[in-house]
Design a protein around this ligand. Structure first.
Ligand code: FAD
Length: 540
């Protein structure tokens, strides 16, 4: 990447689902754009998370772009839940088909972003020492991309190999004949463990918190079936856009207590047979708000675990005790069945925490486990981590880290008061991680693109959220969340997986449809809640 004399119209950070589509839209508008990506190629999440068993848990036919009918028609998904290699191939295909790579600087990490009040420009600094200056700075850095590092004493002295699932080696890892320690049983662990168990000689699973996992009921997709779906795709997508989670389907209308115990069990049984994230939590309209309704779904899940896992003590340890749906619900293929294998041992890392690592073993409060390989599936500094990894300075040199010291504050999850011309794609305060993110990303990118068109058409070049609009939005997000069980549950949604992180519930829980309505209303009211100006004398 060379330093350019003239400022660009826009700089985008990240080349995942968000950055790629943003680049496509900006280019379509004739705006000069540069994308900066830390990885050596496109794909974001799907570039980094190459661990065995990695897949989407929103169905492939919904977890894709909808902006190009040609792209939709030509890409043939092969499974209900696509594997990581297939999703990565898809994103590479998108990059090739729309010739996106020529505007992306790879293997370059943005370390700082500073707004210059006089020039009305953002300057980004990178780890390669180069600087990029642009009018608009668009963050497509991802909600789950700032990797949480293991900090167990002794790891540096470990003589075997160790890996983080979110930075998996491109050539894969051969576990044959190896004694493996696996730390973490969230979405990633639940996907990876069944695969690794098939190869490893011995697999110790260190579980701090048992999580709910629903059966994927994965299956190959018939190309003819897929063609039918694509033929009616616009309708499917419109329905998804108006839904809460961003996928098609009618919302539940009944309470868990509108039916008899037997009927409720049958409904859960049917949901379990269909599979997917909402197998249980999507059956009744009060599972997210009523502890008693939630308990019925929990009990059903726990009984399923007890029925699958043969050793009753192991089954009990695998039974989650928190509200279902309030931490990320997992989707698996043969997860619980894995614990029936002779080479798999579950370790209760809540009762006997990991205290140290020696050159050859993991040490807990009451035992030592000799291993050759350690795998950490311990997740991310979610939602704010990647944004705050960058030293972002807004108007008057104000730091985003300072502004968000007590938790993120945004207007619509898209913009921040004090940070003009800065946009976050699926930022905190938007439905992002609670939704089908492919759909939410498209919505944000389209909203930002339309906003830039509006500014240009009206001779404006500076947009900034007002403090009042931001306050009102933060209040609204909190009020909605307070009506649910989310705010009384520990999860990465609330920052509780990271020591010292402020406990603030970050996503917008009102659903994709309602949220889209709010964003559209702001745009229709000439960007009400923003101050729009033109900066005299600023370089154009
Ligand atoms: P990302 O894909 O995370 O891309 C962000 C990019 O920005 C990364 O490539 C990163 O390297 C780059 N970047 C970050 N900071 C910098 C910097 N400072 N400088 C330069 N580059 C930077 N969502 C769903 O809706 N359905 C699913 O089934 C699903 N499955 C998932 C499975 C896993 C294992 C994970 C981790 C996430 C999953 N998600 C899923 C969420 C997923 O992150 C989003 O769906 C989507 O891929 C996000 O795209 P993005 O472009 O916003 O972010």
């Amino acid at each position: 990447m060379s330093q350019r004399a003239a400022p660009l119209d826009a700089v985008v950070v990240g080349a995942g689902f968000a950055g790629l589509y943003m680049l496509y839209r900006l280019r379509e508008l004739g705006l000069t754009t540069r994308v900066i990506e830390r990885g050596s190629d496109v794909g974001g999440t799907w570039f980094w998370n190459r661990y065995p068993g990695a897949r989407c848990d929103v169905e492939s036919i919904d977890y894709q772009y909808s902006f190009s009918p040609e792209l939709l028609a030509e890409w043939i998904w092969t499974e209900r839940y696509a594997t990581q290699p297939e999703i990565l191939r898809y994103l590479n295909h998108v990059a090739d088909r729309f010739d996106l790579r020529r505007d992306i600087a790879f293997s370059t990490e943005v370390t700082g972003a500073r707004y210059d009040d006089d020039a009305n420009l953002w300057t980004l600094t990178t780890d390669t020492g180069e600087r990029v200056t642009a009018r608009y700075c668009i963050m497509g850095v991802g909600n789950l991309s700032s990797v949480k590092r293991p900090d167990i004493p002794g790891l540096d002295e470990f003589r075997g190999r160790w890996f983080h699932t979110a930075e998996w080696p491109h050539g894969g890892v051969d576990f044959t004949g190896q004694r493996v320690a696996f730390v973490g049983t969230g979405s990633t662990g639940i996907q990876a463990l069944p695969q690794i168990a098939r190869e490893a000689e011995l697999l110790y699973v260190f579980q701090r918190t048992a999580n709910y996992s629903m059966p994927a009921v994965n299956r190959p997709l018939d190309p003819a079936e897929l063609r039918e779906v694509v033929a009616a795709y616009a309708e499917r997508r419109r329905a998804s856009e108006q839904s809460d989670p961003g996928v098609p389907g009618e919302p539940p209308t009944r309470s868990a207590f509108d039916v008899t115990d037997e009927e409720r069990r049958r409904i859960y049984e049917d949901g379990w047979a269909v599979g997917g994230i909402g197998s249980l939590s999507g059956q009744f309209n009060d599972v997210f708000t009523s502890p008693e309704a939630n308990f019925t779904a929990q009990e059903f899940a726990r009984n399923k675990i007890r029925a699958i896992v043969r050793d009753p003590a192991v089954a009990e340890l695998l039974c989650p005790q928190h509200f279902i749906g309030m931490r990320r619900t997992c989707v698996d293929i043969d997860y619980y069945e894995t614990y029936n294998r002779d080479n798999v041992q579950l370790v209760d890392a809540r009762r006997t925490p990991i205290t140290a690592i020696t050159p050859t073993a993991i040490v807990t409060a009451d035992a030592e486990y000799e291993v050759d390989v350690i795998v950490f599936a311990i997740g991310f500094d979610a939602m704010t981590g990647a944004l705050l990894d960058i030293d972002v300075r807004g108007a008057g040199g104000r730091s985003l880290r300072d502004k968000w010291a007590h938790g993120p504050r945004t207007f619509l999850g898209l913009a921040v008061d004090g940070f003009p011309n800065l946009f976050a794609i699926t930022g905190p305060g938007s439905p992002g991680v609670l939704s089908n993110m492919a759909l939410s990303i498209e919505q944000h990118v389209d909203w930002i693109a339309d906003c830039l068109v509006y500014l240009r058409a009206n001779g404006l070049d500076r947009i900034e959220a007002t403090p009042e609009a931001e306050d009102a939005w933060v209040r609204h997000v909190n009020e909605l969340a307070d009506e649910t069980l989310y705010t009384v549950s520990n999860s990465w949604y609330i920052g509780s997986n990271i020591e010292g992180k402020p406990r603030v519930f970050m996503p917008y829980v009102g659903g994709c449809g309602r949220y889209r309505g709010d964003c559209d209303a702001v745009a229709a009211a000439r960007y009400e809640g923003f101050t729009l100006t033109s900066v005299p004398g600023a370089a154009s």
